[in-house]
Design a protein around this ligand. Structure first.
Ligand SMILES: O=P(O)(O)OC[C@H]1O[C@H](O)[C@H](O)[C@@H](O)[C@@H]1O
Length: 540
């Protein structure tokens, strides 16, 4: 079957007014048929996409779309190290960083695995030295670690460090990303330079925010300790630049250009996480991702979790025209997952041109946003339930929490998660709302008016992912699941998910604007708005 995006849009229009609840009535096995389970740490992971308007025929179309895009071939091209990042001429091999099975992977005829495993072993030795106190600060055992990085050199480790709080038994970890001096200043406040380790995390070691913050940290260190570079390590693929900063090669943890920034948590960029939770837990984290890689490569497309997640995404965005996607973890420790996924998904698939340079014939990847439940319920869910735009929601939750003494709170959390997807789907009709108002003693036009405000259209789609418990292994599985989902969506859209040229123009203009904002150069080459803003900033 040959299917294109316009076929999908036609199908979406044809089924638009159909109720998802009717699909359940027509097919008592719908929940089983539109869900899939895979083994996970100590149990199973369940992905339920039955609360969407996807039926068997739509699923066939979506699978055909994936096959037409040569998904299996593209997938194997990625895993075997072909230069699929065509605009930068690079392979895409973050999967090599969690290839614990040590399957050989060749780039330019060279097996990359010995290098990957050697770096992992060096990271483990360093993390354990820091944790045990074998590596010391100039005032004794390291009590605090500051990771200075931004984008892919920050969001993953921040997200995972918060997520892994129950496993955190190493020194305190702090993150500085923003060039706003407030960030580093707030983090340095109260820290003892003599027992602080600074990790400068930057793939390129040129990112202005990171380099500026690293210098500020160095100056801060120099005020207290005699050797200001001794408590610095670098996580970077630019060894000459780290040397110029004064960090010796034995404290530089490098990676290759085939690891994209937003896919880099599995290697040296994950060092702060490894220092926090220890090498064994980090190994578990890698093994979870490796298990997801195996599933992605081996499972039939129709049973394949990343593929299904991607197809649901394609259906909602490119088919139904829903431009945004809410990610709603019912897991407080996944607080930063939406921010992490914003970079992963929007930097990867926020493109307007296809691989061959032609304009895309479908909308690019969606706007991704979200907050943990139940907090979001008391903020923006109003719009999700009753606003005029349909926002597909992705719920996720752990079957178990880490606080057995608070099991009643976990039950409440789960009840809320399930209640939201149920409410979105079933809604509340005008008649039901009217009956409620009648019970409240209202009659006539006032009853009808009040009832209208209490109507929920319903029929709003959502998916739910339930995992056993947020262990390092499960976290690794979830992140790899989303990475592959982004890959599949990118393949179906025919774009390059692995470059990010869209961030360059702003960076270039910022460099040119710095002397203007400092008053050293005139602003007259700038547009009227920019000139006025500069004048306003410079006036006392
Ligand atoms: O790790 P770095 O080289 O410092 O890069 C940090 C980040 O900045 C860039 O602008 C890109 O948008 C990101 O993909 C990258 O993760």
């Amino acid at each position: 079957m040959t299917v294109d995006f316009s076929d999908l849009q036609t199908q979406a229009k044809a089924v638009k007014s159909r109720r998802i609840t009717d699909l359940f009535t027509q097919d008592p096995k719908r929940a089983q048929e539109f869900s899939t389970r895979i083994p996970s740490d100590g149990g199973e992971m369940l992905f339920d996409f039955s609360k969407t308007n996807i039926d068997a025929a739509t699923m066939e179309m979506l699978l055909a779309l994936a096959r037409n895009a040569n998904l299996p071939e593209r997938r194997s091209a990625m895993f075997t190290g072909e230069a699929i990042n065509e605009t930068e001429g690079r392979a895409v091999l973050h999967t090599a960083l969690r290839n614990l099975a040590n399957r050989p992977i060749y780039v330019n005829d060279e097996n990359v695995m010995p290098g990957v495993l050697a770096t992992l072993a060096r990271m483990e030795a360093f993390a354990s030295d820091v944790r045990r106190g074998t590596f010391q600060g100039q005032g004794g055992k390291i009590t605090d670690v500051i990771n200075i990085g931004i984008g892919g050199s920050d969001l993953g480790p921040v997200m995972a460090t918060i997520a892994m709080a129950p496993f955190h038994d190493g020194p305190r970890i702090h993150y500085v990303s923003n060039v706003d001096g407030a960030h580093i200043s707030d983090v340095l406040e109260g820290l003892n330079a003599e027992t602080t380790l600074v990790l400068v995390a930057s793939k390129t070691f040129t990112t202005i925010e990171t380099m500026t913050n690293a210098q500020t940290a160095r100056d801060w260190m120099a005020k207290t300790v005699s050797d200001s570079a001794a408590q610095f390590a670098a996580l970077s693929s630019a060894e000459e630049k780290t040397g110029a900063f004064g960090i010796p090669p034995n404290r530089v943890f490098g990676f290759e250009d085939w690891v994209g920034g937003r896919y880099s948590i599995w290697g040296p960029i994950g060092l702060p996480l490894m220092i926090a939770i220890g090498a064994d837990n980090f190994h578990e984290f890698l093994s979870g991702a490796e298990a997801m890689d195996r599933h992605f490569c081996e499972a039939d497309l129709a049973e394949n979790l990343p593929v299904l997640l991607a197809l649901v995404g394609i259906w909602h965005n490119q088919g139904c025209g829903y431009a945004t996607r809410a990610v709603l973890p019912y897991e407080q420790r996944l607080l930063r997952l939406p921010a992490y996924l914003q970079q992963l998904e929007m930097e990867s698939n926020g493109k307007s041109v296809a691989m061959d340079g032609s304009r895309l014939d479908a909308p690019s990847g969606p706007v991704v946003w979200g907050e943990p439940g139940t907090n979001g319920q008391h903020a923006f869910y109003q719009l999700i339930h009753q606003g005029t735009r349909v926002i597909p929601c992705e719920f996720m939750a752990g079957k178990h929490g880490f606080e057995p003494e608070l099991a009643h709170q976990h039950r409440l959390l789960m009840a809320n998660c399930l209640a939201q997807s149920e409410a979105l789907m079933i809604g509340r009709s005008f008649n039901e709302a009217k009956a409620l108002m009648t019970v409240k003693g209202l009659t006539g036009t006032e009853r009808d008016r009040q009832a209208r405000h209490r109507v929920f259209d319903g029929n709003r789609p959502s998916t739910t992912l339930i995992y056993p418990k947020l262990t390092p292994c499960v976290l690794g599985q979830i992140i790899a699941l989303y990475e592959h989902r982004v890959f599949v969506e990118g393949v179906i859209l025919g774009l390059n998910s692995f470059d990010q040229w869209g961030v360059e123009l702003g960076k270039e203009l910022a460099v040119a604007l710095e002397p203007i904002v400092a008053g050293r150069e005139p602003a007259d080459s700038k547009d009227g708005s920019t000139q006025m803003l500069v004048q306003f900033i410079l006036a006392d």
